[in-house]
Design a protein around this ligand. Structure first.
Ligand code: SUD
Ligand code: ADP
Length: 289
């Protein structure tokens, strides 16, 4: 009888996102605070007797070789120490709940959960820092999910300082438009020179005085996002996550969030989730001996 291991793959939000510089290689330097949500995709891993890696079901429009779960598993396998003699094969299943391309980091989260889970299941013994480096080649947000704690991030997201922040209840709204991260970063009207936070501001970390540099551009390009944002701001502090288009609105209680959710214009997808300072994956790893 084979063991199947179940792991979550949580969403993240960027409580703020300042773009401070554009590097020579075209990538942008950011300052952001990441927070996880108690709303996740679910992944299962069943080790195989051979060295095949399978993934079901397929994500429509994402070929297997491009799927970040498959890529993460392959990357890890390719770096396995030569002392590992058991076959590194696994059947992976994905229960996708997170909207894709909305700034909730689902792909990066899936990759990070895969790295963490397979490192443990295959007994590879890699340190978190090594997994984070393997993950960075897959996506800028993967290291945050590997480290698994709310964090202030700099660089392209790989310079990480863990922080403990407030954990409100969020109403997350999901506009129907799919926004490509690359298209926002390439846009000429993106603000790219927000001043870096001073040491004093970082100590205080008052999230209300920060903003998301992508927000105005995304609102201009996608009137649906602008309309939804204007509607939400009537009820609660609301901000874009990442390069959008999901918006998070903060509340003190689930009841208050539900009240606003029930008034949302028809056809706006939404869910309610609490902010977390720790990724649920950390506790789940403890369960695997
Ligand atoms: C900006 C964030 C904040 O969380 O946005 P979301 O994608 O979650 O909305 C992320 O760091 C995004 O990370 P991720 O989605 O992994 O981006 P990647 O695949 O690494 O990059 C996609 C493309 O966006 C551009 N890019 C990305 C990150 C960055 N710091 N500067 C960039 O210029 C590059 O053109 C790159 O080719
Ligand atoms: N396992 C995966 N889950 C989600 N998206 C994936 C996955 N593998 C590859 N992708 C690709 O990554 C893109 C960005 O997805 P996602 O991480 O959900 O959004 P965002 O970067 O806006 O937070 C998707 O549109 C898809 O093409």
């Amino acid at each position: 009888m084979k063991t199947t291991y179940a792991f979550s793959s949580p969403a993240k939000i960027n409580r703020f996102l300042h773009i401070t510089n554009r590097r020579e290689d075209g990538y942008h330097e950011l300052e952001t605070v990441f927070q996880f949500l108690d709303f996740s995709d679910n992944l299962t891993f069943t080790p195989r007797d051979d060295d095949q890696i399978t993934l079901t079901p397929n994500i429509p429009g994402v070929p297997l070789v491009d799927n970040l779960i498959y890529r993460a598993a392959q990357s890890l396998k390719n770096r396995a120490p030569s002392t590992i003699i058991q076959p590194l094969g696994v059947d992976i299943s994905l229960d996708k709940k997170l909207p894709m391309g909305g700034g909730l980091g689902g792909g990066s989260s899936n990759a990070a959960t895969t790295l963490l889970a397979l490192n443990r299941i295959w007994n590879l013994g890699f340190e978190l820092e090594t997994l984070a480096n393997i993950g960075l080649a897959l996506g800028a947000d993967v290291p945050i999910f590997v480290h698994g704690h709310s964090a202030f991030a700099q660089g392209v997201g790989e310079i990480i300082t863990p922080v403990d922040i407030d954990c409100p209840v969020f109403l997350i709204t999901v506009p129907s438009c799919h926004i490509s991260t690359a298209s926002i970063f390439q846009h000429p009207n993106l603000p790219r020179c927000t001043a870096k936070l001073t040491k004093q501001q970082r100590m205080k970390m008052d999230l209300r005085t920060c903003h998301n540099d992508c927000e105005n551009l995304v609102a201009n390009l996608y009137p649906e996002v602008a309309k939804l944002m204007a509607w939400l701001l009537e009820y609660a502090p609301s901000r874009l996550t990442g390069t959008g288009g999901c918006i998070f609105s903060s509340f003190d209680s689930v009841e208050e969030a539900r009240k606003v959710q029930s008034k949302l214009p028809p056809n706006v997808r939404s869910f309610i989730a609490r902010g977390l300072n720790s990724s649920p994956v950390l506790a789940e790893l403890e369960q695997v001996s």
